[in-house]
Design a protein around this ligand. Sequence first.
Ligand SMILES: NC(=O)C1=CN([C@@H]2O[C@H](COP(=O)(O)OP(=O)(O)OC[C@H]3O[C@@H](n4cnc5c(N)ncnc54)[C@H](O)[C@@H]3O)[C@@H](O)[C@H]2O)C=CC1
Ligand code: BAL
Length: 492
Amino acid sequence: MSDLLTQAEYQAIAADLDFPRTAFIDGKYRAGSGSVFATVNPVTGDPLAEISGCNADDVDFAVSKARDAFEQGHWSKMHPSDRKDVLIKLCKLITRNRRELAVMESLDSGKPILDCETIDVPETIHCIKWHAEAVDKIYDQTSPTGDDAISMIVREPIGVVGAVLPWNFPLMMLAWKIGPALAAGCSVIVKPAEQTSLTALRVAELAHEAGIPRGVLQVLPGDGPSVGEPLGLHMDVDMVSFTGSTETGKRFLRYAADSNLKKIVLECGGKNPAVVFDDAENLDHVAGHVVNAAFWNAGQNCSATSRLIVHTAVKAPLMEKIKARLRDWKVGDPLDPNTHIGALIDAEHCKKVRSFLDKNDQGEGPFVAPVIYHVKTGDAKASDEIFGPVLSVIEVASNDEAIAVANDTDYGLAASVFTANTRRAIRAARDIRAGTVTVNCYGEGDIATPFGGYKQSGFGGRDNGVHAHDQFTELKTIWIDLTDPQSGDNVG
Ligand SMILES: NC(=O)C1=CN([C@@H]2O[C@H](COP(=O)(O)OP(=O)(O)OC[C@H]3O[C@@H](n4cnc5c(N)ncnc54)[C@H](O)[C@@H]3O)[C@@H](O)[C@H]2O)C=CC1
Ligand code: BAL
């Protein structure tokens, strides 16, 4: 924190930034064959850079380069310890350029510089480093055969991976995908969200500088139909790992069915509950977690707490404490290090978020201040993913009702429960159908814990932890007959 600069100093860095403007393919920046599009500063609406976008021809070219690199094996067959060293060198380069990346991320996404400096960039480095460090410590297995055979169960890199990213955490989602995929030995083609291409392009350049071979990490900017769809439909892409909306996630399942049955892993939306039971202790502490969970990143977070399900007995004092804490949350210029809530990503998203808000709460331009509504189950505010700084409060009369309401959603990404009773906490954690349930706190776990969703929040695997390595590998059984071939005993 003490390391933060002033708003004026950040503005000076911003004025000097050199933005990437083309795709990064086969080890170098290279203009795409698609339409040129502007990447826009969400605060001003002005273009930061004109980017030469990609199309299906560029996808074909990048896939052929990714496949060549995979088959040549300079990366995929490199000793895991050597892959680790290169990825750690990448982390050092990101660290050396961390300020530039933080400011670029803030300008391109509207995220507060405070978050970019203290969370997005450090967590990006931590994630890539964690997967790099893990990769030369994971053992393969043998299975319990009889004495006449031995079987090895080995994991091999899955091959060419498409990583399709959202705009809400451009750097961190890049790291969640490329960290384990590169550590596993895959070749990765990244499609950043069209709103936020800059930092992914810069990281690809740094990866090349770190020694990641040509074709192993490529970044193709462009919109969903121009780049995401041809990647999803490509016959020579082995897997797509996607983070974004449930609606687009479902498209990738169709792309896989219509092409080569590539593996699809989806991390999609959420309507995540914080459940506060009647015996919750220290309501100040609860309020702190709920406010962070609901309003961090302006609520543009798949795991944001967007429903507060609270027992009548504690509702009034808790709401007072939540409102008191919110008074400290400053909304405004993302480059001001005191800002907690920056700009929403773009005009289209502002329109969507505002469509849920009462007229008086709508704010102006790209800014929407935190807002709290008291709602009933069945209201759109209680069921739809708004993806903005909106907390919907549902009052319940019993702890059982709280769990039923928590589960009354198509989503199942994350949840939190607050109670002084350990048995109740564990019972609730087991009964809520969500990929992550936190007790007396809110969080996504950490880099060592798998993250992903039940129901329409996810499909096919988990980000983070060693489970993420599993995503990017194929499982192979190698069965070795130990009987004497001369004896003939081994033939059916
Ligand atoms: N992690 C999450 O849970 C996220 C959820 N969302 C939700 O989705 C809503 C819409 O946001 P969008 O940016 O439109 O999300 P999206 O799911 O459409 O976009 C995510 C990624 O998919 C790509 N994409 C879009 N259409 C595609 C297509 N037809 N084929 C292949 N790729 C495609 C996009 O270019 C982007 O890279 C938000 O309001 C929010 O509710 C958005 C971003 C992240
Ligand atoms: N919070 C991690 C994933 C996401 O929001 O898209």
